[in-house]
Design a protein around this ligand. Structure first.
Ligand code: 4AD
Length: 575
């Protein structure tokens, strides 16, 4: 009302509808008062009635109501106008949404009436996996004179795209992807209209070539004539939709908490599928080379790679550890089985959060009898290259590797062989300091960062050999020509660094016992290991390859954490 007066107290007033704007119930802001009563009314304001007196106001002035200043009123009017505009827009939007909801409800009510039934006069559908391309099993139709095979497939909805009359989905079953098209009453049915990603579905239909210019997996699409979604097969939608839980922008830690969902993504699943192929290839190549597979225990009472990284636990009434390496057990198999290997878990209680350390990793270890150090290096190079050949021979796996690591090239053979002492010289020449910031010296442990820089610059696989006795494990054979160093090897790969550690083993019992003494290890727990030297010793050696590190290199993954199913490392033991 034009002649009405409203009061604004900036201290104790309140911008709520319980206030009237009367002197005893003032508003807090002029903007709110104008918005509530229009710009024509009279507005009296005061700064403060409580608390400290604002600078420049005396005691009396602060209790005095004054007409709102012109500039303040102008600002308040603009504010009120903007608020009114916003309210109109919100109302319009709400009306639109209500209408849309009503329309959608109408469509869904209609959709519920549609009964999808299988046409039993159609040919029997052949159950196939989504990657089945064998022409003897599936023929592609052309939508005209050539009929395609009628198939039955199962999978989860990887992606969906709805058009007016057609619904396209990309189906995923772990073997491959298939484009499926729903048309006619299927596209209008309730289950298809409300379809959410990750829902499980059974689809029957005819396989056809994609139209020219269109793209789809295996250049084909399934024209559905029938589908089935059981109620419990439906995936959560809305807020809980999988796309709201994991996406490209989700933080790495959250992705790891939700690894069970992350694994459904194309990137994570490719790595894990390549991993399966690589592990299989190792088995195949070892068989070709006549190594036998064994399965040593994980619960042990001996250390292999130093006490600092042992996970200890109570084993009934005794102390025991999770194994760091199966090497010592593999050595015990040589006399009865010949050359042996294993693919088992190793455990390291490393309190490190680097991108190449796990607490639990898959260790591919082999042990060879009656060999020289050069034989060991040749064997290792052969195994690694042959594994890559076998892996890349599968066109699907090859494509996955190229997708993940477009610049991948087979390593050049022979691998560069470099002695530890040469590496020290190289690091000094290239001004790459040790961990103390000093030039490297013979005897220094080459730290992860320096090792990786050297490997990245050389940019090819390196066999780094002959490490000093002091920085290597107790069991390593000394080099007869230079007793300061061991017949040891680390295989270094660009981008990752060390992926293999191996050596010839000390085969002289006296020497071994001296090594135990040097390392302060009680040899009595190792009676079964020293017995190997007592009953027919032999020149032998072996190595351990970290599968996750090999994959990080092959699939160009930043961290080994993304190269295993559910990574375990310092601070993470879930899911
Ligand atoms: O160099 P390491 O410690 O050697 C051994 O355990 C030997 N006993 C193996 C043998 O000769 N049979 O480990 C071998 C390889 C490393 O090169 C690395 O690839 C991997 O195992 N590895 C790890 N991978 C992930 N996380 C860790 N914490 C790892 N520690 C070692």
């Amino acid at each position: 009302m034009a002649d009405q007066t409203y009061y604004i107290d900036e201290d104790v007033g309140e911008d709520t509808t319980t206030q009237t704007g009367a002197e005893d119930l003032p508003y807090k802001t002029l903007g709110f008062a104008v918005l509530s009563h229009g710009e024509g009314a009279k507005f009296l304001t005061r700064k403060s009635v409580t608390g400290e007196v604002p600078e420049g106001l005396d005691e009396k002035a602060r209790l005095e109501w004054k007409p709102a200043a012109k500039a303040a009123l102008k600002k308040a009017i603009n504010y009120a106008k903007a608020q009114q505009k916003k309210a109109v827009k919100e109302k319009e939007l709400l009306a639109l949404r209500t209408k849309e909801e009503a329309d959608r409800k109408k469509v869904l009510d209609e959709a519920k009436k549609i009964v999808v039934e299988e046409d039993m006069s159609l040919p029997k559908a052949e159950k196939i996996k989504l990657d089945e391309t064998d022409p003897a099993k599936v023929k592609l139709g052309n939508g005209a004179d050539v009929k395609g095979t009628r198939v039955r497939v199962f999978g989860r909805v990887h992606r969906e795209r709805k058009q007016k009359e057609l619904v396209f989905i990309t189906l995923r079953d772990g073997y491959g992807f298939m484009q499926v098209i729903f048309s006619g009453i299927l596209a209008k049915s309730y289950d298809i209209l409300t379809l959410t990603r990750e829902t499980s579905i059974e689809v029957l239909g005819e396989l056809r070539e994609v139209p020219p210019g269109a793209k789809a997996p295996n250049n084909r699409e399934l024209h559905a004539d029938y589908f089935r979604i059981h109620d419990i097969w439906k995936a959560a939608g809305g807020e809980e939709a999988i796309t709201n839980r994991v996406s490209k922008d989700t933080e790495h830690a959250t992705l790891l908490d939700l690894r069970h969902l992350t694994l459904r993504g194309e990137h994570a699943s490719k790595v894990i599928i390549v991993r399966d192929a690589v592990e299989y290839a190792f088995n195949q190549v070892y068989r070709e080379l006549r190594l036998r597979k064994v399965s040593p225990p994980a619960l042990v009472q001996t250390q292999v790679e130093g006490g600092a990284t042992l996970f200890k636990f109570h084993y009934y009434n005794e102390e025991a550890f999770l194994t760091q390496s199966s090497q010592l057990y593999l050595e015990t198999c040589l006399p009865s089985m010949g050359d042996v290997y294993c693919i088992e878990k190793s455990f390291r209680a490393e309190k490190s959060l680097t991108r190449r350390h796990l607490a639990e990793y898959t260790h591919i270890e082999a042990e060879l009898d009656f060999i020289t150090f050069d034989d060991l290096l040749d064997h290792l190079e052969l195994v690694m290259c042959r594994v890559l050949e076998v892996t890349m021979a599968d066109p699907v796996i090859k494509q996955y590797i190229i997708d993940l690591n477009p610049e991948f090239q087979m390593p050049e053979r022979p691998f560069k062989r470099m002695k530890y002492s040469e590496a020290i010289d190289w690091l000094v020449e290239h001004n790459i300091p040790n961990e103390d910031g000093e030039p490297h010296n013979f005897g220094d442990d080459i730290a992860e960062a320096a090792e990786r820089r050297m490997t990245d610059i050389i940019n090819r696989p390196i066999f780094l050999t002959h490490f000093p006795v002091e920085i290597k494990a107790f069991y390593m054979q000394k080099d007869k020509e230079d007793l300061r160093v061991t017949e040891s090897v680390d295989c270094l790969m660009p981008g990752v660094g060390e992926i293999v550690g191996g050596s010839m083993r000390m085969d002289n019992n006296e020497e071994l016992l001296a090594a135990f003494a040097r390392e302060n290890i009680d040899p009595s727990a190792y009676y079964w290991y020293t017995d190997q030297r007592k009953y027919g010793s032999s020149p032998h050696g072996g190595y351990g390859l970290g599968l996750e590190r090999f994959l990080a290199w092959l699939c160009k993954q930043h961290t080994v954490r993304d190269c295993c199913l559910y990574p375990r490392y310092f601070g993470r033991c879930k899911p």
